[in-house]
Ligand binder design. Structure first.
Ligand code: GCU
Length: 619
């Protein structure tokens, strides 16, 4: 089967296979074919050591014109030189070194520290299928472009480094030995999301868990069980079946602790909806109450732990369960809280990062700038930590490129589909620091905001916006994005008074004003410090400078009428190829309140004390 150019183009469009292709103004689609709640399913882990081949020149897949070569010449054929040394084969996965999955390749192999390109992953595994069952290979995430093949057969392609995807393998999985091969390419490209320029390390690889999911022939692929918008007494949702017997079937959602069983029936598309009066105990940081929920159909049942809460705004207040709440947050990158490590992926990583935030009196985290792992979201839900969840529409995206929009929308759909039942997620963010005035930007972001609301009308939607001065003297600032502020639930923006914007003296010179009444949320502020670097307060990158900057910003921000939340930049120092001040940064953005070695800097305690005061006042 020669792969003609048309096939390559089709392959790219099918990249969004896990969701209905949205290229070229496709009508809004409800959800996608992602199998959700993997922790509640029958799964077989493929984590562990995978053989890998670094393919700098794309020899295993593309010809020199970057056209996919004939499939039978790709490394998906899994040939072996050592099996028959009379044949000329110039690769052999079994003889190749190994990488750990989940994990990025940059922090595992010194030689791959800066590597951006293709790495082939190979996993041989034995399997015994059961009759009447379906099988999916599920990836928690792969950065950035993943093409997968099982037993020499093409499975599909996915782009976007931070959201899950799955391919059905029921007719490709074998009893006995199987070989799963994934070509992962993290090359940065202008049309990508994010594009070529971003301030974090471009960790490549199978960065989250991989497993085989086993389901009945007709199974519960997805469901939503949450309180209806603005109601603390009405549970609303849907169940989506997938399979030959999905239509006209009875399904139930039962919550034993509430002695509640919601019975309903699927329509022709296998979808059932429901709404029912109920009075659950509400989830909140002080009481992260979760209920055991069982979703069942004639042929399948899935267990989950779900919390119920309402989140809305009233004027400049954010209301959690009808009561004003201050979001005492901190921004977090998905980097393991282990010295020298790369991407975070485990429960332990999540719990350590969240505990640092909680010890700083936080009740919320901004997970920047992309969807973090399900482990992180679920740990935060158990620990009573609210979440701002964001997709990497970051800085200068190709606003007018339909493929770029389809990609961004797909990441949003996959993010919401995976996490829609997580009570702790309170804000969907569609972008970070995008340049006001860029052609096509407002349309691009407006469509994303509308998409988020069409998929989930129960949460707040916003973006991290930019600011501007209102006066010549540069003493009055405001948010600089009227078209997006008017559509968003928050006036949320990043500001760096005292770091990129002047020195320590600036905070006392600046005041803020806004021409709309919405909750004001500072999604980033802060400055850098190398832990243990001390000196005169006006010396940058000292702990003294950073702490003083925080004191000044806290004073300035506290004067803002309608201030409803803050997520300083950032919880922990994180790697970035844009940070090359040797002796201070050494490839790390040093704006962490905690160092990459886990040392809490002076500014950490400044934030802890301020949040402690706010918490006391709000209780
Ligand atoms: C920006 C951006 C972050 C970046 C930070 C910084 O605001 O959103 O991704 O790391 O500033 O410069 O440290």
């Amino acid at each position: 089967m020669r792969i003609p150019r048309v096939f390559a183009a089709l392959a790219l469009l099918l990249a969004f296979a896990s969701c209905k292709p949205a290229a070229k103004e496709a009508p809004a689609a409800e959800g996608c074919n992602l199998v959700t709640n993997i922790p509640g399913r029958t799964t077989f882990s493929l984590d562990g050591d995978w053989n890998y081949i670094v393919d700098v020149y794309e020899t295993g897949y593309y010809d020199y014109r970057r056209n996919p070569v004939d499939w039978k010449y790709t490394y998906f054929q899994d040939k072996s030189f050592f099996a028959d040394e009379t044949k000329l084969v110039e690769y052999d996965f079994a003889a190749a070194p190994t990488l750990k999955v989940p994990g990025d390749w940059n922090s595992q192999k010194e030689k791959l520290y800066y590597y951006e390109g293709t790495v082939w992953y190979h996993r041989a595994f034995d399997f015994a299928r059961k009759p009447g069952k379906r099988y999916f290979v599920y990836f928690g995430a792969a950065n950035y472009e993943a093409i997968a093949g099982l037993n020499k057969q093409y499975l599909g392609m996915h782009v976007g480094g931070f959201t899950p995807f799955n391919f059905e393998v029921t007719d490709k999985l074998l009893d006995g030995e199987n070989s799963l091969i994934v070509k992962v390419d993290n090359k940065r490209r202008l049309e990508n999301v994010p594009t070529v320029n971003f301030d974090w390390w471009n960790y490549g690889g199978l960065t989250r868990s991989v497993c085989i999911v086993e389901t009945p022939e007709t199974f519960i692929r997805d469901y939503g069980v949450q309180l209806a918008k603005g109601s603390a007494t009405s549970i609303k949702g849907f169940v989506q079946l997938d399979g030959p017997d999905a239509a006209g079937v009875d399904v139930t959602v039962s919550i034993p602790e509430l002695s509640l069983t919601l019975a309903t029936r699927t329509d022709v598309s296998g979808r059932a909806t429901f709404e029912r009066e109920a009075a659950p105990e509400l989830w909140c940081p002080e009481n992260p109450k979760l209920y055991d929920v069982l979703v069942s159909s004639a042929s399948d049942s899935v267990r989950d732990r779900i919390g119920f809460r309402t989140i809305e705004t009233r004027g400049s207040e954010i209301l959690l369960n009808g009561k004003p709440v201050y979001l005492r947050g901190v921004s977090v990158h998905e980097e393991a809280p282990v010295y020298g490590a790369g991407r975070a992926f485990s429960d332990e990583h999540a719990i350590t990062l969240l505990q640092w935030a909680k010890d700083m009196n936080c009740n919320m985290v901004r997970l920047a700038h992309y969807p973090h792992s399900e482990a992180m979201i679920r740990a935060a839900e158990e620990m009573g930590v609210m979440v701002w969840s964001e997709i990497p529409v970051y800085w200068t995206i190709e606003w007018k490129n339909p493929g770029t929009y389809a990609n961004a929308e797909n990441q949003l759909v996959e993010n919401i589909t995976r996490d829609r039942n997580r009570a702790n997620i309170v804000i969907w963010s569609v972008a970070n620091e995008t340049p006001v005035g860029a052609e096509g930007r407002v349309e691009f972001l407006s469509r994303l905001i509308a998409k988020a609301r069409s998929l989930d009308d129960t949460r707040l939607v916003s973006a991290a916006m930019e600011t501007k001065y209102l006066d010549e003297a540069k003493t009055v600032m405001t948010v600089n994005d009227p078209d997006i502020v008017s559509q968003a639930d928050l006036i949320s923006f990043n500001q760096y008074v005292g770091w990129y914007n002047g020195g320590l003296e600036r905070a006392s010179q600046i005041s803020w004003t806004f021409d709309v009444e919405k909750p004001v949320f500072i999604s980033e502020f802060g400055g850098g410090a190398l832990a243990g670097r001390h000196g005169p307060v006006d010396h940058r990158f000292t702990e003294e400078y950073q702490a003083e900057l925080y004191r000044g910003n806290i004073e300035m921000l506290s004067k803002i009428p309608g201030l409803a939340g803050t997520t300083p930049w950032i919880l922990k120092d994180f790697r970035s190829p844009k940070r090359m001040l040797y002796g201070v940064q050494d490839d790390y953005n040093r704006k962490g309140l905690v160092s990459d070695k886990g040392e809490k800097k002076q500014a950490y305690y400044v934030m802890r004390d301020w949040y402690g005061e706010i918490a006391k006042k709000n209780n």
